[in-house]
Ligand binder design. Structure first.
Ligand SMILES: [Zn+2]
Length: 135
């Protein structure tokens, strides 16, 4: 069992490398405004990585148009890449998604996905970095 913070860069490195929005979302569990993020409407093929530690989190094959204004996926790229935590901070119970490797906040997971998995990973673009295959 690996420690979830094993791949976590130092606090200084995180602060220096991330934009203020990326920092707010991943380190302070913030949420970017809908329809403003880099990837909510992206249909490019590739692998979405954690913006903090570069771990592969989602394949573009799992991305679907949820209409929410946030990039949404129906599954993680490999089981265990995303840690789900019960979150009661918004006055209701929902499930927070964190990067299992570095503990960065990613977004939330909802049980109302439209595909066979039944899950909707509602992510912040600010938590992700799309790795497009070289063409
Ligand atoms: Zn990470």
């Amino acid at each position: 069992m690996t420690n979830p913070t094993d791949r976590r860069p130092s606090a200084d490195e995180i602060r220096n490398r991330l934009t203020p929005l990326q920092y707010h979302v991943t380190q302070e569990a913030g949420t970017e405004r809908a329809f403003t993020g880099e990837y909510w409407d992206t249909k490019d093929a590739g692998i979405y990585r954690c913006v903090v530690c570069d771990t592969e989190l989602f394949d573009s094959d799992a991305k679907f148009d949820s209409g929410t204004g946030w990039p949404s996926f129906d599954r993680e790229i490999t089981d265990g890449r995303v840690t789900c935590i019960e979150d009661r901070s918004h006055g209701m119970v929902c499930t927070e998604a964190r990067c299992a490797a570095c503990d960065a906040h990613l977004g939330h997971v909802f049980p109302d996905g439209p595909t066979a998995t039944g899950e909707r990973y509602c992510m912040n673009s600010a938590s992700l970095c799309l790795d497009r295959p070289e063409s």
